[in-house]
Write a protein that binds this ligand. Structure first.
Ligand SMILES: Cc1ncc(COP(=O)(O)O)c(C=O)c1O
Length: 363
């Protein structure tokens, strides 16, 4: 259709993880579990729910565009409100970054099989999307630095990375940063920051601020608020000032903002989630390794399994699905030989291990 630009017509669109209900219907089963979207299996933060309920009385009013949450975040991170933006999830902020900074001839640069949400947003802007291969399932930062051209406008780095779960270290980032011209914007997507923060080698980018770096965080993962759509970003005030011009004026919604403020106060929920995740990660990774599967060591709330070929990955995926265990195929990321398994509750993890034993009868 002539109305649709070619770079939109050729986009495959975002394929969300399948819901438990869909799978139950398709396979005629009950009690399916979803370990496919890196959500918090413990549910939403209870303080966030209380805050949402309190905020409902003002729903007749327009939201203030996230100002209160920005103020709370500025206090929490000892920065100025001018350095903080809130949006409809970190993807909402990425959408605004794409709209604010990219011109037609610009290029974006990242790793192969990067977080698909970023790829789709960049490609929907019609700019050139360039990647370098992974090295041992990690970003090859020297290769990315070497691939920078005069046209490179944005470099996207997720740390920990989705779908591999791997991190790059502070030293590796510092070395990389020395090769990045100031005219290039680096997005540091730290959606899984809380899961990796205990690792002394993990670089918390809030501790090293550069004028051309924007840090993204989200309430969708450890705070259990994926459905509320709330995320935040930290950057130089000039970048934030321009992003705020482009952002929809009433984004994030009043309920999403209230949820974020409530969740930030819920330290107990975060600790509990971290403990459960560490326990689940150990169970899943140890069990899969014992079964002879290749588990990529992860610093997040999910892990990637690499199979010899796409057919083996599909066989396992289908075997799990038939038993009502939904994990994430990574074909749409460009890794058809891999699958991603999110850590669930103890019961879900045990079910996943049992189902994997059935689906992988070779061991
Ligand atoms: C690396 C990464 N960034 C961003 C997101 C999206 O987060 P949000 O729900 O805040 O848009 C995800 C979600 O899976 C992710 O894996």
């Amino acid at each position: 259709m002539a109305l649709v630009p070619p770079y939109i017509a050729s986009l495959a669109g975002y394929e969300a993880g399948r819901s438990a209900r869909d799978v139950e219907r398709e396979f005629g089963i009950t009690g399916a579990i979803k370990l496919a979207s890196n959500e918090n299996p413990l549910g939403p933060s209870p303080l966030a729910i209380e805050a949402i309920l309190r905020a409902t009385g003002d729903l007749n009013r327009y939201s203030n565009g996230g100002l209160e949450l920005r103020e709370v975040l500025a206090r929490e991170y000892d920065t100025k409100v001018e350095n903080v933006i809130a949006g409809s999830g970190s993807e909402g902020i990425i959408a605004n970054i794409v709209r604010t900074f990219l011109c037609d001839d610009d290029e974006v640069l990242t790793t192969e099989a990067a977080f698909i949400g970023f790829r789709l947003l960049a490609q929907s802007r019609g700019v050139a999307y360039r990647t370098t291969p992974y090295k041992d399932w990690r970003y090859d930062l020297p290769a990315i630095a070497a691939a920078i051209t005069d046209k490179t406008k944005i470099i996207y780095l997720a740390n920990p990375n989705n779908p591999t779960g791997t991190i790059f270290t502070r030293h590796e980032f510092d070395e990389f940063y020395r090769h990045v011209p100031e005219r290039v914007l680096i997005i540091l997507d730290e959606a899984y920051f809380e899961y990796a923060a205990h690792n002394p080698r993990y670089p918390d980018s809030m501790h090293y601020r550069y004028d051309n770096v924007i840090t993204l965080r989200t309430f969708s993962k450890i705070y259990g608020l994926a459905g509320a759509r709330i995320g935040c970003g930290f950057a130089h005030e000039e970048l934030i000032r321009n992003l705020l011009k482009v952002k929809l004026p009433f984004e994030p919604s009043a309920l999403a903002q209230a949820a974020g403020i409530g969740a930030l106060a819920d330290k107990e929920f975060v600790y509990r989630s971290l403990e459960e995740n560490a326990r689940g990660m150990r169970l899943l990774a140890d069990s899969f390794t014992e079964m002879g599967l290749t588990v990529v060591p992860s610093e997040a709330n999910f892990m990637m399994l690499a199979f010899p070929d796409a057919a083996s990955a599909t066989r396992i995926l289908e075997g799990l699905l038939r038993q009502g265990v939904i994990v994430r195929p990574l074909k749409s990321f460009g890794l058809p030989q891999c699958i991603r398994v999110s850590v669930g509750t103890q019961t879900e993890n045990e079910r996943c291990v049992d189902a994997m034993r059935q689906a992988n009868p070779a061991v």
